[in-house]
Design a protein around this ligand. Structure first.
Ligand SMILES: Cc1cc2nc3c(=O)[nH]c(=O)nc-3n(C[C@H](O)[C@H](O)[C@H](O)COP(=O)(O)OP(=O)(O)OC[C@H]3O[C@@H](n4cnc5c(N)ncnc54)[C@H](O)[C@@H]3O)c2cc1C
Length: 404
């Protein structure tokens, strides 16, 4: 399918659902939109609908801290996240939209000997996988990011850091709008205010979805509902190994440029960058309890601020502007689940947990392939549901469980 022209007056149409589609994607976040886009671009499929119960990209896509990197430990993860990072590197041009993708470098701080060993190991593993990675000692960290407190007296002393220079941030709204605009231009229907409430399954095969706007027949149904995936799958009779938790983030008032890289610390559960507009964007660890309310506990933010101030004493007088939470879908090995399900024609893309924004294009690419071809894309193959019965887990807790 050739590249479509976008409409000059609006980003996307607001169509009513048709009675039937070849593919119905459930969830209009980043992953659903990217999947729709690549179904058309790479596979020539455009009799496709994205059904979103709220508004496009009103879920985690609009709530994340936008950190992008590919320095994961295991070969399978490095491969899929690096595929995604390579796509990011050409995406603004391809979508003809400024995504404010900024490869300013991502530091992962080490605060104890365990962190140092894990960090060095990850740098070596990354290099073997062709992923750019460097190890910095404390003095090099100070030179790279002078406002970090590397004095030995801190409660969490900085003993070094991994650095991925190609990592960075992007503007999440722009990413969603750009993908939506292109998907729409290909003829894909983006339907907002349309909640999927059930599935019609005949002879083990999905044939339609029930929605708040009526029944919609579907050749294939692809879940891309992040924190609500397990609730949806249960309606199709599938019990998933996913837990949904609130994950909080916050922004400060606007500041002059003060931080020109991304700093993450798994040990203190804090990650910080400064957005183009000037606000500091900070993420926290997950709230421990399961929940679907898009808000979290104040004590988590409090602990996060205390940790952030130890690392960045310069922020002590900065005021918090707003806090919020998204609902993240965490799998037992902190890796995503992509592929077919026991119901024929029903596909799943979930479990990205706290770290799926960076995967948006890569995930959409491999999910579209998996749906179009009816079998997993090679990069998605290790991430099938069956790994929870075979035991072939891809344990990324060290690199991904809390921070991004
Ligand atoms: C605070 C926070 C910080 C984060 N920081 C980062 C980060 O720095 N880097 C990173 O890589 N990742 C980060 N993430 C994770 C990332 O946001 C998610 O992994 C990713 O956005 C999930 O994919 P998505 O965009 O498709 O999800 P979503 O945007 O949540 O999309 C799912 C959509 O499905 C819809 N839906 C649900 N149920 C139904 C239904 N029944 N019918 C129709 N629609 C339905 C929802 O309304 C929602 O819009 C963060 C997440 C949070 C919450």
């Amino acid at each position: 399918m050739t590249h479509p022209d976008t409409h000059p007056d609006f980003l996307w149409r607001n169509p009513d659902p048709k009675p039937s589609y070849d593919v119905v994607i459930v969830g209009g976040g980043g992953h659903g939109l990217a999947t729709a886009y690549y179904l058309a671009r790479n596979h020539g499929l455009n009799n496709v609908a994205v059904l979103e119960r709220g508004w496009l990209a009103g879920g985690n896509m609009a709530r994340n801290t936008t950190i992008i990197r590919s320095n994961y430990l295991w070969d399978e993860s490095a491969a899929i996240y690096e595929h995604s990072l390579k796509l990011w590197e050409g995406l603004s041009e391809e979508l003809d939209y400024d995504l404010q993708f900024s490869q300013r470098g991502v530091l992962n701080l080490a605060h104890n000997l365990g962190d140092v060993r894990e960090g060095r190991r990850r740098v070596n593993a990354n290099r073997l996988n062709g992923v750019d990675a460097e190890w910095l000692d404390a003095d090099e960290v100070r030179k790279f990011c002078p406002i970090i407190n590397v004095s030995g007296g801190a409660r969490y002393p900085v003993m070094g850091a991994t650095l991925q220079r190609r990592g960075g941030i992007a503007k999440h709204d722009h990413v969603a709008w750009a993908l939506a605009r292109r998907a729409d231009a290909y003829g894909i229907d983006l339907i907002q205010g349309c909640e999927v409430t059930g599935f019609e399954i005949a002879g083990g095969r999905v044939t339609a979805v029930e929605t708040s706007r009526g029944r919609i027949a579907a050749g294939k149904v692809a879940l891309a509902a992040a924190g609500h995936t397990s609730v949806l799958a249960e309606r199709a009779g599938i019990r998933l190994p996913l837990q949904s938790h609130p994950l909080q983030a916050l922004v400060s008032e606007l500041l002059e440029p003060v931080l020109d890289c991304v700093v993450m610390s798994n040990a203190v559960h804090v990650y910080v960058s400064q957005a183009h507009k000037g606000e500091l964007v900070m993420g926290a660890g997950i709230d421990a309890y399961n929940s679907y309310g898009q808000r979290g506990g104040v004590h988590v933010i409090e602990a996060q601020m205390a940790a952030a101030l130890e690392l960045f004493p310069i922020f002590s007088r900065v005021r918090v502007l707003r806090t919020w939470a998204g609902i993240v879908d965490v799998s037992p090995d902190a890796s995503p689940i992509i592929g077919p399900t026991p119901v024929e024609g029903l596909y799943i893309n979930a479990g990205w947990g706290t770290g799926g924004f960076k995967a948006t294009p890569g995930s959409g690419w491999v999910y579209a392939h998996t749906i179009a071809e009816g079998r997993p894309h090679p990069l998605a193959e290790p991430f099938g549901l069956d790994r929870f019965t075979t035991g072939a887990l891809i344990d990324e807790h060290g690199a991904a469980a809390v921070a991004h």
